[in-house]
Ligand binder design. Structure first.
Ligand code: ATP
Ligand code: MG
Length: 360
């Protein structure tokens, strides 16, 4: 693993005795793109502000490149910041905005100019030096804010919902640009968002926060494939969460009974843990089976009726009700053959390996 850039050691924060961050332990290696992802109020900004040095932990310690940051003010942490309200200085040109940090540090004129050009090149805005912020689109302003933050070459960049003021298309375009800049400069990014798609698209690692704690962390693919709780399963992507109990085993499968329903599901035994309370099935892991398809070991067959159908363009989302009153969301590619309409009876197929057991 690369050397650690940032370390949070048992960090807690309370406001007036009210705990908002509890005992967070986090290690961020140099050059990693880490997202703090979670719903509003879960403590993301508070955590970021503690790393930046704008507020001090109530307990615990923050280390940057191995050194405790107790009593180290924000300006001495070699950290860059990009926030949601990326307020550029309106009376300064793009070049003056981007060069601001370098100038404050007393860099020479030629170093400032070289730094401005290099930062603007990274965000694809070379040639915009003489413009004023009011002469730029929202996305361009946001890129200038990014250039301003990276120009002094901080080792770490903290970003708090930097794209939330942009429209969807621009947000998606900016995701790739941010990721490119991060990779090109080899900088450590700590990125706060409540948008799981954004976090999935850019991060090497996602730290899912809930109620001031880390609910789970991991690379996007394994978080998606192996959520450890129903909160994570629902927050990262969509999921069908069913309350279940383990009723036994058959062969290499665990048998799950679904609460208040005659539905019985096979799940992969390897996933079994003590205290299974829920299972999660991704909507795209469910397919429509032909009536005559032979039963296969390890494939769950679930009968139901289509109650709703939502056209999402490339996909169709079906809401299927089972006779036992369980509602399942099913995601089908619009081009997949087999049309199904509201009121139709269908047989759904789910591989046992796609029934993930959850302890809470
Ligand atoms: N200065 C403060 N004084 C008192 N309570 C605060 C203060 N700052 C934040 N809080 C509380 O701490 C909790 C966490 O806030 P924080 O801003 O870290 O959430 P967040 O995860 O960034 O949410 P959002 O996605 O809405 O930005 C919230 O309940 C908030 O009301
Ligand atoms: Mg916030």
């Amino acid at each position: 693993m690369s050397p650690l850039d940032i370390e949070l050691v048992s960090v807690s924060k309370s406001y007036g005795g009210n705990p908002v961050v509890h005992d967070i332990n986090l290690q961020i290696p140099r050059g990693e793109f880490v997202s703090l992802l979670g719903p509003s109020g879960c403590g993301k900004t508070t955590t970021l502000n503690m790393i930046a040095g704008f507020n001090a932990p109530t307990h615990g310690d923050i280390r940057i490149r191995g050194s405790s940051q107790r009593n180290v003010p924000p300006e001495r942490r070699n950290i860059g910041l990009v926030f949601q309200n990326y307020a550029l200085f309106p009376h300064m040109t793009v070049a003056q905005n981007v060069g601001f940090g370098l100038k404050m540090r007393g860099a020479s004129r030629s170093d400032i100019d070289a730094g401005i050009a290099s930062a603007l090149r990274s965000v694809h805005l070379l040639g915009f030096q003489a413009r004023y912020p009011r002469e730029l689109s929202g996305g361009q302003q946001q890129r200038v804010a990014l250039a301003r933050a990276i120009a002094p070459r901080p080792s770490v960049l903290l970003l708090d919902e930097p794209l939330s003021n942009l429209d969807l298309k621009l947000r998606e375009a900016m995701r790739s640009e941010l990721k490119e800049v991060q990779e090109e400069l080899g900088m450590t990014f700590v990125y706060v968002t409540h948008d799981q798609e954004e976090a999935m698209a850019m991060s090497d690692r996602i730290v899912v926060m809930w109620k001031g704690e880390i609910a789970q962390q991991g690379d996007p693919a394994s978080l998606y494939a192996q959520p450890s709780t129903s909160f994570v399963a629902e927050f990262i992507g969509k999921s069908n969460i069913l309350p279940v109990a383990v009723a036994g085993r058959v062969g290499s499968h665990s048998i799950l009974t679904v609460a208040d329903s005659p539905l019985v599901l096979k799940a992969q035994e390897a996933d079994e843990r003590r205290g299974v309370r829920f299972c999660s099935i991704r909507p795209e892991a469910i397919r429509l089976l032909g009536r005559s398809e032979d039963p296969i070991d390890g494939l769950n067959r679930i009968e139901g009726t289509i109650r709703r159908r939502v056209n999402l363009g490339a996909h169709q989302e079906l809401h299927v009700a089972t006779p036992g009153g369980i509602a399942l969301k099913v995601l089908l590619r619009s081009t997949s053959d087999g049309t199904a309409d509201i009121g139709d009876g269908v047989v759904l197929g789910v591989e046992a390996g796609d029934v993930k057991m959850l302890s809470e």
